[in-house]
Design a protein around this ligand. Structure first.
Ligand SMILES: Cc1cc2nc3c(=O)[nH]c(=O)nc-3n(C[C@H](O)[C@H](O)[C@H](O)COP(=O)(O)OP(=O)(O)OC[C@H]3O[C@@H](n4cnc5c(N)ncnc54)[C@H](O)[C@@H]3O)c2cc1C
Length: 445
């Protein structure tokens, strides 16, 4: 009997063990449960188990191990390569585990493994606290943080992993393990970038920062203004304090976004050179910081292909390449061409973790999104063209969250050649059979 058939035969026993639920392909609910952000991903797991408790996760891992089923772990479903789904295996779906508990006194938050950015931000904001989060409200917090995590607040508060204080994990033999600076310290180090390689994170503890005031300046320009806008933006950001962040967002028009972890009056001064350029629209306002996620709120269900390069700098030639490729974007599609500044608290954060993109100055992030399968080839090609064109300025590293499945060399680029052996040794301890392989995979040593 194949593992697939065995899984179905034993499903009643799994269901009896779970507080949550489990779906086979013939069950109502299965098809909606296997949908992820990227509609190019069309996989058919044998079983999708929607866990509600840590004990559910343990049952699922043991069930899969007994039957030799591959395991994929799913939360927000935002991995562009659809790494949270497999064919004929078990999907551990954590979306029902989304409780967020804020501890204002210690400025920490405990976030369950299936919580989304919107759950986190809405829990922390009433306390005037925040931490670095993804730029989209429906991204899963755990997948985002364990993959490094860059966001609008990273120049002020560091990468998401710099704010990781503890992980509660179910490992490949169904054990529950806690990793912190004092407990399972090698594992804790590896979780700072190594993603879902070491087990299922049932909860994370994150550091919070006071954020009493937050403001943004969002200016929109015609495409022909692009070179002046990007140069001006570069000059502002290269001298800006860590409180300032943001990015250039090229769609049909060019948006320059400045974010500021402080009052609007300070941002107004910083934004002045951008306001002096002829623009077609301007928003300069204080706002609750979760509202900002609407700026890049991306529609689910489109066809997606993205990549990224970390850049050592942004000389004039690179600015021109960015703008030319912006003009060559496949239209009419929902594709975006993004440029984010690094520096600030990213650069000054701890250099011991496996996130080698920390010391880059900029990130270019071509984000192909389209609806019509007839556009597949030209959209994928445009993303690849951006990567190729920026190679002269690439630092060689990349944030793995921002790319799909681009092969072993890119996993090494995302974790650092100097860290790979150490990560593989941690993998050998906690997942010697590579049960957790649907991720940017680190084979065990
Ligand atoms: C619209 C959009 C905006 C984004 N913005 C940003 C951004 O600003 N910055 C950034 O850094 N990234 C960003 N991302 C990328 C995102 O952070 C990563 O793809 C992240 O892995 C998504 O996690 P998820 O739970 O949503 O995805 P899923 O597809 O459910 O999971 C992705 C991976 O994370 C692992 N994983 C998820 N949860 C757990 C868990 N609890 N325990 C163990 N492993 C787990 C899975 O095994 C899988 O390999 C964005 C993605 C999208 C689609």
């Amino acid at each position: 009997m194949s593992p697939f058939s065995k899984a179905h035969t034993r499903l009643a026993a799994l269901r009896a063990d779970l507080t949550g639920d489990a779906f086979r392909p013939e069950d109502p609910g299965y098809d909606s449960a296997r949908k992820v952000f990227n509609s190019l991903v069309d996989r058919h797991p044998a079983v999708i188990a929607q866990c509600e408790t840590k004990a559910d996760v343990v049952h699922c891992v043991r069930f899969a191990r007994d039957l030799d089923l591959h395991i994929a772990v799913r939360a927000g479903g935002h991995s562009v390569a659809g790494m949270s789904l497999n064919d004929n295996g078990l999907v551990i779906d954590l979306r029902r585990m989304h409780t967020v508990t804020v501890h204002p006194g210690s400025r920490t938050v405990r976030v369950e493994g299936g919580a989304l950015m919107s759950h986190l931000d809405h829990a922390t904001r009433p306390h005037g606290l925040a931490t670095t989060g993804a730029r989209d409200p429906t991204t899963g917090v755990a997948g985002f943080v364990l993959g490094g995590g860059t966001g609008w607040l990273d120049r002020a508060f560091g990468l998401a992993v710099d704010n990781l204080l503890g992980v509660e994990l179910v490992t490949s033999d169904g054990s529950r393990v806690r990793a912190t600076d004092h407990e399972n310290t090698e594992l804790f180090w590896a979780l700072h970038g190594g993603g879902g390689n070491f087990g299922v994170a049932t909860a994370l503890t994150l550091r919070l920062h006071p954020l009493p005031e937050f403001s943004i300046a969002l200016l929109t320009y015609r495409p022909e203004a692009g070179p002046d806008v990007v140069r001006t933006y570069r000059e502002i950001m290269e001298a800006a304090p860590p409180e300032a962040g943001g990015g250039i967002i090229r769609e049909q028009l060019v948006d320059a976004l400045l974010t500021y972890t402080g009052p609007e009056r300070d941002l107004r001064e910083l934004a002045q050179p951008l306001r002096a350029l002829p623009h077609v629209a301007e928003i300069l306002t204080a706002l609750p910081h979760p509202e900002l996620q609407r700026v890049l709120d991306s529609p689910p269900g489109l066809r997606n292909h993205w990549s990224a390069e970390s850049l050592t700098g942004l000389p004039d030639e690179a600015v021109d390449v960015f703008c030319e490729l912006g003009n060559a974007m496949p239209v009419p599609t929902a594709t975006r061409h993004l440029l984010f500044p690094q520096g600030g608290a990213i650069d000054s954060g701890p250099d011991r973790y496996p996130v080698p993109f920390r010391d880059a100055r900029w990130t270019v992030h071509p984000f192909g999104m389209w609806e019509d399968p007839a556009d597949d080839e030209r959209c994928v090609q445009w993303v690849e063209d951006v990567r190729a064109a920026f190679r002269p300025w690439s630092s060689g590293a990349v944030c793995l969250n921002l790319i799909g499945d681009e092969g072993v060399d890119r996993v090494v680029a995302g974790l650092g050649a100097a860290n790979i052996r150490r990560l593989a040794a941690v993998k050998a301890v906690h997942d010697p059979d590579n049960v957790f392989r649907f991720n940017h995979n680190i084979p065990p040593l």
